[in-house]
Design a protein around this ligand. Structure first.
Ligand SMILES: Nc1nc2c(ncn2[C@@H]2O[C@H](COP(=O)(O)OP(=O)(O)O)[C@@H](O)[C@H]2O)c(=O)[nH]1
Ligand SMILES: [Mg+2]
Length: 367
């Protein structure tokens, strides 16, 4: 059975995961594990990955250095964890711009890869025109042209985090279970690695476990943490964190938030309140509002995203779980629909598994 067929047969439920349910269990289960072996996780991830991908890595090594032992082992890029759009059998060696069946099938596969109808149609049209204009034909050249077109769709302004002030503030929002706390841990480690002083703010006061989980990540990343008791007012925790940051000369404050309150308007009101506190306490700070989206929720994630976008005014997206069953095409649909740049992607659960988004790397990985 072709890979594509297996993919198509996946049950619907898997694609439309319900964050509200999955989340609590996932977060609660995750905490003890992370506590048990914090330092080794990234290494294990890589080791496991290398084992899982022997066919791709081995031949290269053999070719490169058959008789020398010391040839450096090429580390697989995180992008290789992305699922490729399976297209092998439609890219014949003699495709031309007149090949209607090819364009139809390509469009269908892009839609099935979560790219969305509008984007898929547009990308295929662009490809057809480019093939015509530049006289492109044949598998290699057509694939390369398609990669370039997708990368162009995804290239936006303000792709980089703005951390230009001291302190800068990052508010992280999104529904339960999408990977907010985990992404904060990874992001903190990354920013710390650039030599900056980072303070985490446990703004999810809904359950004690949420602050505990953030504390584990703060320890792992070597960052400071401001937390309060369960049920405390998140605004008060944020206020404390901002005061501490100013007093201690912290470079970046990253604030975690709850993903679920009693209802949506409650959650949105709380986010609005947190924003107000930031504006009041650190009026000149560079502020990033990062919306975390779980790639495995597919097109459903987009509906949530629009609501957060309207209330919280997001400056960027962190797209998590692209290493799993997710169809990477969702990245394109999101960037297009929301007009907000994808700034980071999560490609695993380890501390090193967060990557700044790179349109060309991404396009190379999925096509
Ligand atoms: N495979 C994978 N799992 C992730 C990724 N990001 C987060 N997770 C997992 O998703 C679950 C929920 O994450 P958590 O950070 O608690 O979500 P939150 O409720 O939004 O704070 C945890 O089990 C994480 O380990 C990712 O990029 N890839
Ligand atoms: Mg959390």
């Amino acid at each position: 059975m072709a890979f594509w067929d297996k993919w198509r047969k996946q049950p619907k439920e898997e694609e439309t995961a319900q964050p509200e349910e999955t989340i609590e269990t996932a977060a609660e289960e995750a905490a003890p594990d992370q506590q048990a072996e914090p330092a080794e996780e990234p290494l294990e991830e890589n080791a496991a990955f290398e084992e899982a991908q022997p066919e791709e890595e081995m031949p290269q090594e053999e070719q490169a250095a058959p008789e020398t032992e010391e040839a450096p082992k090429k580390k697989p890029s995180l992008w290789q964890r992305l699922k490729k759009m399976y297209m092998g059998d439609i890219f014949g060696s003699s495709i031309t711009e007149a090949d209607e069946t090819f364009f139809e099938e390509l469009e269908e596969r892009m839609i099935l890869a979560d790219m969305g109808m509008v984007t898929a149609t547009e990308a295929v049209e662009k490809l057809r025109r480019r093939m015509n204009r530049e006289d492109i034909s044949g598998q290699e050249a057509v694939q390369e042209a398609l990669r370039e077109i997708l990368a162009e769709c995804l290239t936006m302004d303000n792709q980089e985090l703005n951390l230009s002030t001291q302190p800068s503030v990052i508010l992280v929002v999104g529904v339960n279970g999408v990977g907010k706390t985990t992404s904060i841990g990874k992001l903190a480690a990354r920013i710390k690695g650039e030599g900056k002083r980072v303070l985490l703010c446990a703004g999810d006061t809904f359950r004690a476990a949420a602050a505990d989980q953030l504390e584990i990540w703060a320890n792992r990343a070597g960052c400071e943490l401001v937390r309060q008791h369960e049920g405390a007012d998140p605004g008060a925790v944020l206020f404390d964190a901002l005061q501490a940051a100013k007093a201690r000369g912290v470079d970046v404050v990253i604030c975690d938030t709850a993903g679920r309150l009693h209802n949506k308007s409650n959650l949105m009101a709380e986010l609005a309140k947190l924003r107000k506190i930031i504006d009041r306490e650190t009026p000149d700070a560079a502020l990033e509002v990062l919306l975390v989206l779980d790639a495995t929720t597919g097109q459903n994630g987009l509906i949530q995203a629009k609501q957060f976008q309207e209330t919280a005014g997001c400056t960027g997206i962190i797209l998590t779980k692209l290493d799993g069953t997710a169809k990477g095409g969702i990245v394109i649909a999101i960037a297009r629909e929301l007009g907000v740049p994808v700034k980071f992607v999560g490609l695993g659960e380890g501390i090193g598994d967060l990557q700044p988004f790179d349109a060309k790397e991404y396009a190379n990985a999925i096509i």
